[in-house]
Design a protein. Structure first.
Length: 124
């Protein structure tokens, strides 16, 4: 098994939108999730509060684009499954994993037109 470096993950942040957008590319798993956690923490702490908003430090809502994620596991997605993070787009690999989490109050992002929904285990 090849030992990977966290550099297999690339993260880009846009702060010029109504909510900061964190775009993730590469493999999102136990080996790389630390970089994502650090970046989400940095984004939440570095943004000034919006005019008139009373927001506690580190409580900023963040949008996350996972369309360029080629592999993800539960360790990689765990930091994104909170009430302050919204997955706005996801690759097929991420959508398949999200479909395995039916009890979460998170709906998987819609599939592009013409794409078949992967079957859940145990269904025909």
């Amino acid at each position: 098994m090849r030992r990977r470096e966290p550099s297999d993950l690339a993260i880009h942040v846009r702060q010029d939108l109504p909510r900061p957008l964190v775009s993730v590319a590469g493999e999102l798993d136990l080996a790389s999730v630390g970089l994502l956690i650090a970046m989400l923490h940095h984004v939440r702490r570095s943004l000034p509060p919006r005019r008139g908003a009373v927001v506690a430090l580190d409580q900023v809502d963040v949008d996350v684009d996972l369309t360029a994620v080629t592999f993800a596991d539960s360790h990689g997605l765990a930091p994104l499954l909170d009430s302050r993070t919204r997955i706005v787009a996801a690759s097929t690999a991420v959508r398949r994993l999200l479909l395995l989490l039916p009890d979460l109050p998170l709906a998987p992002p819609p599939l592009p037109p013409g794409t078949q929904t992967p079957a859940r285990p145990g269904t025909a």
